[in-house]
Design a protein around this ligand. Structure first.
Ligand code: GAR
Length: 207
């Protein structure tokens, strides 16, 4: 059984996609053992409660130092025996210490085709606003391993999504979620749980 720790900040539709795929049997070898929210009002917490999934809020703001926050996260994930940390719309930066301990065991979903529209400040609706401003015809989503910078870790999966002439940031965000994110993140978890992902430097190979 692969024990998942899912980190969230907002609405939690990606968390919901993982829950749905566990319920449907697609992710039969996986269990969400903890949901960690970065802020108390995150709707994702309500989704977790609905399925009796243990959930907590660990907010950076309530710690005097970044190290203290890191340590609290580490203790929590270690106590839950988490195998894979899944950032499902988690909009905070993880500290070096945490990333070192869970190296190659943290994955993130990002709403663009990395290396476009990513990095510090590109989160939530913003990558879609920037994609429309730039006039790209195709965007998408990326699942990647997390390293010490924003959105720079080895890429596991990507899926392209068409941009339409009359798109707004909101309509584009919705299409990227529906056509890419909700499929890609569970798929990456499944591949990981089946031991089918290997990493060599920056290069990820799916067996
Ligand atoms: C998703 O679009 C996710 O890709 C994005 O935030 C949204 C969260 O939605 N993540 C990032 O921007 C990370 N840089 P959700 O809470 O409904 O899953």
């Amino acid at each position: 059984m692969l024990r998942l720790g899912v980190m969230v900040s907002g609405g939690g539709t990606n968390l919901q996609a993982i829950i749905d795929k566990i319920e449907s049997g697609y992710l039969e070898g996986c269990k969400i053992v903890t949901v960690v929210a970065s802020r108390p009002g995150a709707y994702a917490l309500e989704r977790a409660a609905r399925y009796d999934i243990p959930a907590v809020c660990i907010s950076k703001k309530s710690f005097a130092s970044a190290d203290g926050y890191d340590q609290a996260l580490l203790e929590h994930f270690n106590s839950c025996n988490v195998d894979l940390v899944v950032l499902a719309g988690f909009l905070s930066m993880l500290g070096e210490n945490f990333v070192k301990v869970y190296q190659n065991r943290i994955i993130n979903i990002h709403p663009s085709l990395i290396p476009s529209f990513c990095g510090k400040g590109f989160y939530g609706i913003i990558p879609h606003q920037k994609a429309l401003e730039h006039g790209v015809k195709v965007t998408g989503a990326t699942v990647h391993f997390v390293d010490f910078e924003y959105d720079t870790g080895p890429i596991i999966l990507q899926k392209a999504v068409q941009v339409l002439d009359d798109d707004t940031p909101e309509s584009l965000q919705r299409r990227v979620m529906e056509q890419a994110e909700w499929e890609l993140l569970p798929k990456a978890i499944k591949l990981y749980s089946e031991g089918r992902i290997s990493i060599d430097g920056r290069k990820v190979t799916i067996k």
